[in-house]
Design a protein around this ligand. Structure first.
Ligand code: GDP
Length: 526
């Protein structure tokens, strides 16, 4: 049996981030394919369809989507890999950001024709907050793409991270012949093996006289020039990768499998095993035998009949055992974690043990909150909480039926405490008329659905124009007397902190100019 150290050392836990349609699902599928977790490409998407027949939330059934981000575990070459999926499009929500708190590194998928897109930028920023390693996979090289050097420059300019091309594409579109592996100094020439299988690879040296025969005269000349040019650039620095300052860049095509396997091998070598994590009592060593974890996501009401909730936790240290007794720091209670589940490629299954780096979902009788710490009895440290992220969409919300005021206040406060939405009131008034802030529109739907089905309250919701929220760090006067422009509003949260919701940079300028003594906090998280 493998020792604790061996088990933890083989864990690699990372998130895949991208703008919708860049190819995140396709790349994930190919990873699973190599890990033998699925037999055919197409199964990951298939999983979504199957979810419609299970007893997940009604809203998931209606929209055929997975409301919250999921995790997939598989093994490959001795590694035990946990991929955290970050949903895009209309499924985007605060959970997407929180999921990134559970990852040790991130793979950023970029469409080679489109470059850095808005959602890539948002997700990147959250990863950068934590200084985790970020690996770039430039996808869709089998199509016409932009110049590879220009793409690297765009990543550097737009995201503020240095790049180092690990391999270099040989042509693109129909002419995409393969990549040049800079470390091995070898050409990997791909031949199509059908989209569901691994690509066939022929290797060659750069100065091989037969190279023009393999990839053509023109591409040989371009490649030799490019490689020379690259050689003049900065040296590779693994330390800079590990602290999130340098992103290794790989080129490939997830759809045709070109470059996926070399990427996975190289990525797994560079990405770190579970690292020590900061708590209020100092760093906690991932390899310590004592189990500890923090909750990063709560999924409510997957089964309507039972009104149950599932708390997802990232194991930060030691080994989890199903029968052992654990300690929930925030409530001060000892407990067993019941129905612990791991998410495999196609389904969930009950697990008897899990290790630092793994994600488990456990039955939550309503005691866990986002950011909570679970340890072994006797240990009371807390992992630093999960920040709330700046909402971008706001609605004013009140109950349609004023007789339902009590249920309304109870519902919104509970749902907000769970972290499904952020709620605010106006200074000096109560919670019967609130502002709800979210990062993805889906959160409004989930909120509305849950208020109706769990609390019996129909909502009146009205869109508000704000797109930003900034925290007030200091202000000496009365918040109610502040001079505001028409498209801004002062709000107060459940923790009695004050914020300004506003539309654009112009409003901020106005506010600071007309309210002497106003100090704003311009952090990404609020
Ligand atoms: P996601 O939204 O980021 O998960 O993107 P998907 O993986 O669903 O891919 C979006 C679309 O791009 C799908 O039609 C894929 O078949 C296609 N696609 C993904 N990777 C590639 C690729 O390497 N080359 C080409 N030509 N198409 C791709």
């Amino acid at each position: 049996m493998a020792s604790l150290k061996e088990e933890i050392s083989r864990r690699r836990t990372f998130a895949i981030i991208s703008h919708p349609d860049a190819g995140k699902t396709t790349l994930t599928e190919k990873f699973l394919l190599y890990g033998g977790a699925i037999a055919q490409a197409g199964e990951v998407k298939g999983k979504r369809a199957r979810a419609a027949t299970s007893d997940w939330m009604e809203i998931e059934k209606q929209r055929g989507i997975s409301v919250t981000s999921s995790v997939m575990q598989f093994r490959h070459n001795g590694f035990c890999i946990n991929i955290l999926d970050t949903p895009g499009h209309q499924d985007f929500s605060e959970d997407t950001y929180r999921t990134l708190m559970a990852a040790d590194s991130a793979v950023m998928v970029i469409d080679g024709a489109k470059g850095v897109e808005p959602q890539t930028r948002k997700l990147f920023k959250v990863c950068a907050l934590r200084h985790i390693p970020i690996f770039t996979f430039v996808n869709k090289m089998d199509r016409e793409t932009r110049d590879p050097l220009e793409l690297c420059e765009e990543v550097e300019r737009e995201l503020g991270i240095a790049t180092y091309p690990m391999n270099w594409p040989i042509g693109c579109g129909r002419e995409f012949k393969g990549v040049y592996d800079r470390e091995k100094k070898r050409i990997l020439h791909f031949t199509d093996a059908g989209h569901a299988q691994k690509a066939a690879v022929t290797e060659a040296e750069l100065d091989d006289p037969a190279l023009p025969e393999l990839i053509g005269e023109k591409l040989t000349d371009i490649l030799r020039d490019d490689v020379e040019l690259l050689g003049a650039g900065a040296e590779f620095d693994l330390e800079a990768v590990r602290c999130g300052k340098l992103s290794p860049v790989f080129f490939g095509s997830a759809l045709t499998n070109f470059g996926v396997e070399p990427f996975l091998e190289s990525f797994l070598r560079m990405t770190p095993p579970p690292l020590s994590r900061q708590s209020d009592e100092g760093l906690v060593d991932a390899f310590s035998p004592d189990f500890s974890a923090f909750v990063f996501k709560i999924q409510a009401n997957m089964n309507k009949a039972h009104r149950d909730r599932l708390a997802f936790m990232r194991i930060c240290s030691g080994k989890f055992e199903r029968e052992a007794e654990y300690y929930h720091v925030q409530s001060g209670k000892k407990m067993r974690l019941s129905q612990p589940q791991a998410m495999m490629a196609a389904e969930r299954e009950i697990v008897d043990e899990a290790y630092a780096g793994d994600i488990i979902g456990v039955f939550d009788p309503g005691i866990f909150s986002i950011g909570d710490t679970v340890t072994v009895p006797g240990k009371k440290f807390r992992y630093s909480g999960i920040p709330s992220f700046e909402p971008e969409l706001f609605r004013s919300v009140s109950p349609k039926d004023t007789m339902k005021r009590k249920q309304f206040i109870k519902g919104v406060q509970q749902i907000a405490q769970e972290g499904a939405i952020q709620i605010f009131k106006f200074p000096g008034s109560g919670y019967e008329d609130i502002v709800v802030g979210v990062v993805g529109a889906l959160q409004f739907d989930v909120f509305e659905y849950r208020m109706r089905s769990e609390y019996g309250v129909e909502l009146r919701m009205e869109g508000l124009p704000y797109s930003h929220l900034i925290r007030i760090k200091g202000y000496e006067g009365d918040y109610r007397d502040m001079t505001l422009c028409t498209d801004s509003r002062v709000l107060q949260d459940l923790r009695d902190r004050y914020f300004i919701a506003y539309c654009g940079a112009w409003s901020l300028g106005f506010l600071t100019k007309h309210n002497p003594g106003l100090v704003l906090d311009d952090q990404l998280s609020v």
